[in-house]
Write a protein that binds this ligand. Sequence first.
Ligand code: DX5
Ligand code: ZN
Length: 226
Amino acid sequence: MTFDRSLKIAPSILSADFADFGREIRAIEAQGADWVHVDVMDGHFVPNLTFGPPAVKAFRPHVKTVMDVHLMISPVDAYIDAYADAGADILTAHIEAGPHIHRTLQAIRAAGMKAGVALNPGTPADAVADLMDLADMVLVMTVNPGFGGQKFIDMTAKIRRVRELIGDRDIHIQVDGGVDPVTAPLVVEAGADVLVAGSAVFRGGSVDNADVYGTNMAAIRKSVTG
Ligand code: DX5
Ligand code: ZN
């Protein structure tokens, strides 16, 4: 993966058909997805459960772009090698998931992946100030994690502060939660370059009617680029 700050859309397969992940992934990539966002939930860190390493490993051969795995689990460290083995390109852990995020980010990189650090809406930007040399991405949550289809929470001031902390380092800013053609321009203007979107991409479409995914992604892109 080479670094650039161009706009990237990362559809969240949390909004896909859970019985048909392979075809859903291929459909969103064919329609122009830049990355594929995979939401892992444990029913403990967040009040919802999705899937674990064997499922993520099964997704891997379908992903030709970037497999971006967002862990909403606690603890994290015991599972890092399993997600490396599953083929994650980027593995993101929440700063709130345990007392040793510094060690977690080191371990993610040591396992050969890019390391992301995620911030819940209640966590301030400066919580990542001492992690900048260990992170390849900062994920600013714009909903409380656990479910798709929630209302966007305005975190633009936090995104701006994270952008300042990053300076000239090659670190992505990802935004996740309630991103659609109305909210996307706000977060991009504040400094985000990777937009996760679940319901706004999958709404109204299906693998047999995948043009809708493309139309939905184009609407997000157009809202940002004009
Ligand atoms: C929320 C997940 C998100 C979710 C976004 O906990 O991390 O990735 O799928 O869904 P939308 O775009 O519908 O808010
Ligand atoms: Zn996510």
